[in-house]
Design a protein around this ligand. Sequence first.
Ligand SMILES: [Zn+2]
Length: 1085
Amino acid sequence: MLRTASCSASLTSASPFFRHFPLSYSSLSSSTGALRGPGRNLRRVAPPASPGRRVFLRRGLRVPSAAVRRVNRQLSRLYVRAVATQPAPSYPDVGQDEAEKLGFEKVSEEFISECKSKATLFKHKKTGCEVMSVSNEDENKVFGIVLRTPPKDSTGIPHILEHSVLCGSRKYPLKEPFVELLKGSLHTFLNAFTYPDRTCYPVASTNTKDFYNLVDVYLDAVFFPKCVDDVHTFQQEGWHYELNDPSEDISYKGVVFNEMKGVYSQPDNILGRIAQQASFGGGDPKDIPNLTFEEFKEFHRKYYHPSNARIWFYGDDDPLQRLRILSEYLDMFEASPSRDTSKIEPQKLFSEPIRIVEKYPAGRDGDLKKKNMVCVNWLLSEKPLDLETQLALGFLDHLMLGTPASPLRKILLESGLGEALVSSGMSDELLQPQFSVGMKGVSEDNVQKVEELIMTTLKKLAEEGFESDAVEASMNTIEFSLRENNTGSFPRGLSLMLQSIAKWIYDMDPFEPLKYTEPLKALKARIAEEGSKAVFSPLIEQFILNNSHRVTIEMQPDPEKASQEEAEEKSILEKVKAGMTEEDLAELARATEELRLKQETPDPPEALRCVPSLNLSDIPKEPTYVPTEVGDINGVKVLRHDLFTNDIVYAEVVFDMGSLKHELLPLVPLFCQSLMEMGTKDLSFVQLNQLIGRKTGGISVYPLTSSVRGKDEPCTKIIVRGKSMAGRADDLFNLRYWLALRFISFFILLQMNCLLQEVQFTDQQRFKQFVSQSIARMENRLRGSGHGVAAARMDAMLNVAGWMSEQMGGLSYLEFLRTLEKKVGDDWEGISSSLEEIRRSLLAKNGCIVNMTADGKSLTNIEKSLEKFLDLLPESPSGGLVTWDGRLPLRNEAIVIPTQVNYVGKAGNIYSTGYELDGSAYVISKHISNTWLWDRVRVSGGAYGGFCDFDSHSGVFSFLSYRDPNLLKTLDIYDGTGDFLRGLDVDQETLTKAIIGTIGDVDSYQLPDAKGYSSLMRHLLGVTDEERLRKREEILTTSLKDFKDFAEAIDVVRDNGVAVAVASAEDIDAANNARSNFFEVKKAL
Ligand SMILES: [Zn+2]
C-alpha cells in the first residue's frame, strides 16, 4: 500500500524487473488495438504524470487522473477486494481428509469479506511448502509461485534465473515454453518478476483449461528447468562474450545485461538503486560479467525448492484440483533447509544521517548546472509495522504527496528549486518500510535548499497538521478506491497476491493484509475522536523527523560518464582479447556461432507439441458485446452502457478539436493540465482539488487522436473522464442550478462543468511549473521509452493523426516546450489568452458526445443532471472548421541521447500498396513479433525486446526494438521480414496457436468501466459490431496463404519505410559511417 511513484517512471527500491517488458510491450504490441479499445493505436497522449512501469505491475490503471491513479497505487495493497458480487456464496470446500490424502494439512481458513473470498492456508507436509487457496466468483483465475531469493551481490543472479527458468524444462524441452504460451494461450496475465528479495512467477486466465495449462508449464519451469544443465541459456539470458570473427572486437551480449544497461541509462533508476542500499538482485551491468555458471546453478539448487516456495491460487476453479496439481510436483521433493537460509534479516537503523553523491550519464546539451537530483530517504523501522500504523502511514503519504494540492508536493514544486519530484513516497513492499522525497532538475547551489525545504515543510506539517477538507478528500479518495477496486487490466487476484505476499514472504500472516475493514474503521474513529493532527503529527515525528536513518542522495550530471563507461567496457574486453591465444579466439568464434545457430534453429514440432494448448473449438465464435444504447439529449449524442458497476457512475464527455487553430495544438496538453490544476474565481486550485477529492472518484482531461480507416480526416478529440458514487448525497454542496437534484452522481457533472467553464487561466507561476514538469517528463520518456518516441516520430511522418499526436507528446512537443519555457516569462498574456481560445474552440454542444457506464437505475437517475450540464454548454465552438493536414518530412532520423542501449524503429503504410484490412493481419503481426523478431532481435541480437505493431486504422506497420545493443543490424532484420514470411512453413498446430493467442488479445479481460470506454472508442473510430464479428471470423480462419500474401504488403516497409532510432552518439556515428549518412542526426538530450 504505502508506495508511491508519484513522479513519472520512478523506479524506487522495491520495483521488480520483468521477464519481458510490461507496460510498453503490452500496449505497443497490441496489434489488435482496434478491437480492444484503449491502446497505442488511439494515441492517447498521456496525461500529466504518466505512469511508470510500476503502475503496470500494480494495476495497469486505465483511469488516468493523476491523483486517482496515485492513490489507487498506494492503496491497492490494503484495499483490494475481489469482484463485487452478491452475498457470500458457499464455495466448494476441501475437507481435511481430502487434503491429507494429497499430502497437505489445513493450517487455517477464513472468509474474507473484503474480497468476498474463502481463503485457506495449506502446508505441504513433506516439504513445508505453503499454499494460499482463495476461492470466490472471479473468473479471472490467478496462480503464482513466489520464492525467497536474497541476492548476495550485484551480479544479477535472481534476475537472470528468473529469465532462464522459462527457457525450457523437463516436461517442456523446447527453447522457450514461455513464448509458446505468449503465442498460443488465452492468458490475461503472463510474466515473471524479480524483487530485491523474491522472485514471482504469476499467470492468469479466465479459461479453466487454459489456466491449468499455464500452471503446469510454470511449475515445471520453476522446479525442473533446463537452464541449470545448459550453459547456453545462461549465456543468452545472462551474459557471454561475442566474437563473430577472430579479427573483430569482442563484445558482451545477454538479454538481462542489456536490459540493465537500459535501466542504468536512466538517472531516476540509478537513484532508486542507490536508495535501496543493499545488494541488488536486478544486476549491475558492470558486475554481471563476474557471474559464473556454477554460482548460477547453485542459486537455483538452493532456493528454487518447495520448502522455500509460497504458492497462491485464486478464482472460481475447484480448490481440490489445485492441490492435486501441486501434490504431483511437491511430492517429488524432500524437505530442504532453504526456508531458513533464505530468511531476510532486517537492517539495523543508522544512528547518524548519511550522504551519498553519485554521477549519472548526461548529454552535453542544455544547462548541466541545472540537472542535479537530490532525494532524502528514510528507513522507517527495524521491525515490520502493524496494519493500522501502515494504513495511517499510507493515508499520511496521500495527504502529503498524493495530489497536486498536497502540501509537501505543492510547496516543493512551487519553490521553483527544481523541475519535478523524483522518487517520492512511502514504500512498504519490503521487510522494512521506506519513505523518500526529492526533486530533479535542481541547480547545484539549490541542492542544499531542497533538502532544507523538505525538512522544514515536514516540521511545519507535524506542527500544524492538515486542513480538514484535505483529510476528508483523502479519506473519500481512499474509500472510493476501496469500493471500486479498479485494477485496470491487471488481474484482481494478482493484486491481492502481491499484498498478501508482502507479509507472507517474511513469515507473517498472509491473511492479515487482505483484511483492511477493521483497521480502517479504527483509524477513522481515531481521526473523528482525536482529530487528524493527533493521529498524523506523531507519525511524522517518530518515523521521519526523529529518525536518524536518513540517507540523502545527490546525483550530479556527468556528460563524460556514458562514453567513459563505454570506454571502460571496451578496455576490459580488449584485455580479455589480448589474453587469448589464437586457438582461444577461434574457439570463441566457434562458440559464438554455435550459440547463434542454436538460437536460430526452430524447435522440432514434437517439442512444440508438448506445450499444452487449446483447440479452436474451445474459442467462442462471437466477440463480447457491450450493451450500448445510443440516444440523444438536447441534440447531443449519448451512449449508455447498462453494466453492474457496484454503484459507481463512469462518465466521459468528448469534445471535438475540429475548430482548433493549428498553432494551438501543442498547447493542448498544458490546457488540459491547467483545467485540472488551476483555480476558479471562487476557489483556489487547492480548494478545487480537494472538492474533487471529496465529491468524486476523480476527473481527468486528455486529448485523443487516431486515424479512421477509410477516411482522410483523423479523429481528434478531447476527453473529459470522471467517476463518482451513484448513491444519495447527504451533504449537498454548493448547488446552484443543481439544487433540485438529490444524487451524488451529479457531482461528477457539476465538477466537470466547473473545470470546463470556470477555471481561470491566470496563474502564471503554476503554468511555469507545468512546463518544466512536462520537460522533465519528456526527457525521461526519451531515455526510458525511446521506442515510443521513435514510433511517434515515424507515425508523424506517415499520417496526420500521428503528426498531431507527436506535436502533443513527441520530440516536437519537447522542442515546443523548451521554447515555451522562455515565453512564459515574456508573454504570459499571450499564452493565457491562447488557453482561453482553446477552451472556446472546444467547448460546445456541437460535436459533443457523452458516454455513460453504470447500472440502469443510475443511468436513469443521472439523466436530469446531464440535461442541465449540456444546457450550460455553448451551442457551437468559436472559430470555423479547420482541416488537419500536417506531416513531418519523410526521412531517416537518429535522435541522440546519452545511453548505452538503443531503440530502433522502422515503419511504412501497408494500405498504400492496396492491401485491404483482413483479420489475419492481427494473427500475422503477432506471429512476426513472437517468432522472427523475438528470435532475431531479442534472443540472438541481445535486445530486451523486439516487436511490431500494426495500426489497422492508419495502415502503419512499425517495427520497434527496446534496449537494443545494435542499430543497423536490427534494421536489416526488419527488412528480412517479407522473406521470412515467404519462406514460412507453419503446420496446423502452430497456426492454431497463433490464432488462439490473437483471440486472447482481442478478448482481453475488462472491468466494466473499460468495457464502456472501449465501446466509446469503437464508436468514435467507426468500428461496428458487424465488423468485429467479421474480423473475428477472419482471425479464426487465417491460413498459411494469408501469411504469404501479407509478405507482399509488408515489403513496403523495407522498400519505402522510414527508420527512426533513439540511440547513442557513438552508434549513430558508426551507422552513418557504415552506410553513407543513412540518418539525419537530431540532438535531443
Ligand atoms: Zn528482466
